[in-house]
Design a protein around this ligand. Sequence first.
Ligand code: URA
Ligand code: SF4
Length: 202
Amino acid sequence: MSAADFVPERADLDELRQAACGCRGCELYRNATQTVFGEGPPDARVVMIGEQPGDHEDLEGHPFVGPAGRLLDRALEEAGIDRDTVYLTNAVKHFKFTERGKRRIHKTPGRTEIVACGPWLTAELARVRPEMVVCLGAVAAKAVLGADFRVTAMRGQVLELPEFRAVATMHPSSVLRDPDRERAYRDFLADLAVASRELKSA
Ligand code: URA
Ligand code: SF4
């Protein structure tokens, strides 16, 4: 099973977003509230890719609108990247979680879900055709750069791919969870600054 059966050919981003609402490419649609598709200008120079929608995103239907999104907003501003110019999406479009009492606890998507959802991400990248892709965390990095990619070893480096340049960094949620949050934030910001410099020099 995969999203491939649900991705319409020759569709623009709005048509893709519409079609993704009905995706049944893996099991995650069953318990999630809705598909959370990417958002941003269709001609964005940068695509930023997170992991999957969180609790807030699942309820609101938009990417990065919760605490991780607020941290990302702040970091983007400090790195000199205007969020309105970025196409923001996730490697996996439905929220994966377990229920603990009334709380929904995030579960990291596995290889099966990353691969199943991949056709949506591929279609988004093919429509937007960005100069730069920023992978936020290991799930996004593995989706774009391969299953063996190690963010800890390669973060903040500019990687030349055939279709775009890429920079991988930590996930903003992991910055929020880090015991040394200030240091984690500084490192995160430094990686985004690499992407920002690349864009300004291009
Ligand atoms: N974390 C993500 O990876 N994506 C979101 O949209 C929100 C939180
Ligand atoms: Fe489809 Fe992706 Fe949702 Fe799975 S997570 S149902 S592949 S949109």
